[in-house]
Ligand binder design. Sequence first.
Ligand code: ZN
Length: 212
Amino acid sequence: MNNEDPKRLYDISNLFLESDIDEAAIEEAIKQLLQAFGEDPGRVGLERTPGRVAQMYKELLAGYRTDPLAMVNDALFEVSYDEMVLVRDIEFYSLCEHHMLPFMGRAHVAYFPRGKVIGLSKIPRIVDLFSRRLQLQERMTRLIADFIEELLDPHGVAVVVEGLHLCAMMRGVQKHEARMTTSAMLGAFRTSIATRQEFLDNISRGASPMKF
Ligand code: ZN
């Protein structure tokens, strides 16, 4: 990244840092939704549901309001290491923007450093930054790759995401269509078949099927 000009990093992150999530408006909307279902929002069991749902969305959508620079700044290191860095099986949970139902699964992230690396624990934080939003799996995959490219200026970035989509699983579509794999390959992972294959071999080695 250009530390002098983090603007593009913020642009990629597409944040709503200026305003808090409106919990009161969510509570009101959930009450109306319960009424629209034919329910009584005041009945035992539902009384506190609007408040719970508002708290839940605050947590599930936290990615819009996480400052990415504050998140990574203490974990960027200059190194001469130039072999592939790979973090696999990163668990993620997101909400599909078409139905607001969860999709979840695993992300695998790799890059070839060009003088700069990031602490390993920050890679799952970057996945959270983009998964804890209303999202499309395709876009999330691309954003994780773009963010790491901008942050580290590596020789290449690869991201593969395997997701299960509850909106497909719960709505009577064929179950096998509920599982989706998306990928983004930048730099060396795009131009070199051998590099891409090394990455793909690595993430398939010893992989166990996703269980939910
Ligand atoms: Zn959906």
